[in-house]
Design a protein around this ligand. Structure first.
Ligand SMILES: [Zn+2]
Length: 72
């Protein structure tokens, strides 16, 4: 006959910890994949705006250029 209080006492924290870790990791990867594209000149949010900044007309060579600057 298993002693449920002991199993719960050990299992619950681990379950919560692994759930928290999974949630944290998924949030991290979701942020990374979505990224934050910002205009390198005026810092305008370029999400969905393409490679030309609608605010100041700055043209980026690639989406990666916006992403790299945004990460600094
Ligand atoms: Zn701009």
């Amino acid at each position: 006959m298993p002693s449920w209080p002991i199993i719960l006492a050990w299992g619950l924290p681990w379950t919560l910890a692994s759930l928290a870790a999974i949630w944290l990791l998924s949030a991290l990867f979701r942020d990374r994949s979505r990224g934050r594209l910002r205009c390198p000149r005026c810092w305008y949010d370029m999400a969905g705006a393409g490679l030309t900044c609608p605010e100041c007309g700055k043209q980026a060579r690639s989406e990666r250029a916006l992403r790299r600057i945004a990460q600094e």
